[in-house]
Ligand binder design. Structure first.
Ligand SMILES: [Zn+2]
Ligand SMILES: [Zn+2]
Length: 368
């Protein structure tokens, strides 16, 4: 079949929206008709050429939601018409990691996915017979995509696509980190470094868990203003004295839980130091550049602070994304508040421009 898709042809150049051929789903695979897709920083990072593991040509996009249009042989858990959220982090349920219940890092298809292929080592996208590779196993900047069943979360069809697509990456990363990775407790004090999509998700999650105080640290006064909508109680400007500001507001102790959502190693160090002596837990969510290292003074750890990290906020996608959709439908999570712009697929490069200008939190591409 044919599909219109945004292709990364050359690093550092705008994506080119064009018609591609898309082969039908093979064993264990599903054809998804996209309905909405967020434009995430990771797409821009790869498109810019800054990601050393990037490749092209490929179809970018990984924050998608849509409907099942066709299922390949052996697909048992999904049917045509089901509503799904795409997962760059699959959940096979059978590998040693999935069975452990202790991590969301599924081992089933990592190698092929990292190289831009579906699990059988081939691509479904092509142009004039030449393959165009997939991206993050998702390639959702396309009217249609083919994905493994284990990388699709079946969700309640009552939820609107333009809200739940955000659960495919940014929103879940922050929310799941607060709910399930850090397990923020009621009455606690939380400090969130970075008020982009991920940081605001952590704020919303901390509020849902009943945190009493939520400090948010960010250089942008607009973002800090927005953070209040999601539950921030104290908004602080980012800078070299951020740790001192947190200490001043917590009787000199620091926060019970800190979250880092900037990808900057200097801020990660602040988030560790701002965690409370004795039991403070710092959760690192930002992705640092390749080769960068994090300086931690050992005394911070000896005196009881703990540090953890979590890709996708530690969420097990097929199990927990549907739960977050239910919480959205119940009115517990304001996903709509994250959406700042709606775009057409042809305007995908505008989504990157808005992101670089820090205009709004998330642009969402809507499909017919
Ligand atoms: Zn993302
Ligand atoms: Zn697995």
């Amino acid at each position: 079949m044919k599909t219109r898709a945004a292709v990364l042809e050359q690093f550092g150049q705008p994506l080119v929206v064009q018609e591609l051929d898309l082969a039908p789903p093979k064993d264990g695979e599903v054809l998804v008709k996209l309905r909405a897709c967020g434009v995430c920083h990771t797409d821009l990072y790869t498109a810019s050429g800054a990601d050393p593991s990037g490749y092209c040509p490929c179809v970018l996009g990984h924050e998608g939601a849509g409907e099942v249009a066709e299922v390949g042989a052996g697909v048992e858990g999904l049917q045509v018409g089901d509503h799904v959220v795409t997962l760059f982090s699959p959940e096979c349920g059978e590998c040693v990691h999935c069975r452990s219940g202790r991590t969301n890092i599924c081992l089933a298809i990592r190698e092929q996915q990292g190289q831009g292929y579906l699990p059988d080592g081939s691509a479904r996208f092509s142009r004039d017979g030449a393959e165009i590779r997939h991206f993050m196993g998702t390639s959702t900047f396309s009217e249609f995509t083919v994905m493994p069943e284990i990388a699709l979360a079946k969700v309640n069809p009552a939820a609107s696509f333009d809200a739940i697509c955000l659960l495919a990456c940014g929103a879940t990363t922050g929310i799941a980190a607060a709910l399930w990775k850090a397990e923020v407790t009621a009455g606690s004090t939380v400090a969130v470094f970075g008020a982009g999509m991920v940081g605001l998700g952590a704020v919303a999650g901390a509020k849902l868990q009943g945190a009493e105080r939520i400090l948010v640290i960010d250089p942008s006064s607009e973002r800090l203003q927005l953070a209040r909508r999601f539950g921030a109680t104290d908004c602080l400007p980012a800078g070299a004295d951020a740790v001192q500001q947190v200490l001043d507001l917590t009787e000199g102790f620091g926060a019970d839980y800190t979250f880092e959502a900037t990808g900057l190693t200097a801020v990660m160090a602040q988030a560790v130091e701002a965690a409370r002596m004795g039991w403070g837990l710092c959760t690192i969510l930002g992705v640092a550049g390749k080769g960068e290292t994090l300086d931690i003074i050992p005394r911070w750890l000896i005196t009881g602070r703990r540090v953890q990290g979590g890709s996708f906020g530690g969420a097990r996608g097929r199990t927990q994304v549907p739960e977050l959709v239910e919480r959205y439908l119940a009115g517990d999570l304001d996903l709509d508040g994250f959406v700042s712009h709606h775009l057409q697929l042809d305007e995908v490069n505008r989504g990157f421009e808005l992101m670089e200008a820090q205009d709004g939190i998330r642009s969402v591409i809507l499909f017919e």
